[in-house]
Write a protein that binds this ligand. Sequence first.
Ligand SMILES: *[C@@H]1O[C@H](CO)[C@@H](O)[C@H](O)[C@H]1NC(C)=O
Ligand SMILES: [Mg+2]
Length: 289
Amino acid sequence: MATAKLLVIVVALLATASSSCGAWEVNIRMPTAARAMEQAAARLLERAADDVAAPVIHALRPLVGSAGDLGRRGGVPCDSWRLAVEAYNKRDWRTVPASCEDYLGHYMLGGHYRRDSRVVVDEAVAYAEGLKLAGNGREVWVFDIDETSLSNLPYYAKHGFGTELYNSTSFKEYVLEGSAPVLPETQRLFRKLISLGIKPVFLTGRTEDQRAITVANLRRQGYSGWMNLLLKPVGFKASAVAYKSGERQKLQDAGYVIVGNIGDQWSDIIGAPEGARTFKLPDPMYYIG
Ligand SMILES: *[C@@H]1O[C@H](CO)[C@@H](O)[C@H](O)[C@H]1NC(C)=O
Ligand SMILES: [Mg+2]
């Protein structure tokens, strides 16, 4: 009886899940085809958490497997590894542990990543709405681009979700396609800030020679109304922290007040002046120091 009821819920939720892929997920696939089912099931779990009684969640969880289980099966506690990365306890790492590829595939595509990003942006929006603004046009918010405003998940899904060593040649080729999808949560913040009179400034490690394609990509994905797009000079040799904090200092020296700063790397949000408040989006796929 309970099983039949469960099956009905599963089928109904799977149907919903399969029709609800956001545009940013188009053309992105799990590491193997068999995982499409688990991906849908992961979304299902997320939905189920909202409207289905707890015992059903318990019954489903062992069937679909949480990403943490996958990590443990691979011999690496991938969930603990991810937490260490996000908390900046783990630094200067070059690749995701090979046995965590499936785990990260699930994390990035199964709904967890989006959910984590949503929590960050909800906090950022609440913070922005609570600000007492001078309204003098001098208040700005710094946005990183990669894995913050745009997602390179189509690239990383093809390259082991960070388990492969970074290849600057193939990554640049991908960037020059200008096809990176939007990160919808960040765009929600971007638009909210504009409506509040806070000016977005893009500050990216992308280089000046990628300006045209970056602008085209941002526009294609629905971004408009930014105050400034700051790219790194070609051949500029400095750490991300030194480069980005230097650019923020210039903004401040020009009379702007950085009320907020959001990025997926710690190097986006450390180094004075950081901005009045910083927000760290999830990114377990790569590290930029
Ligand atoms: C890096 O990418 C380029 C372009 O796709 C490719 O030709 C090259 O073999 C790759 N290098 C490595 C080490 O995989
Ligand atoms: Mg980034």
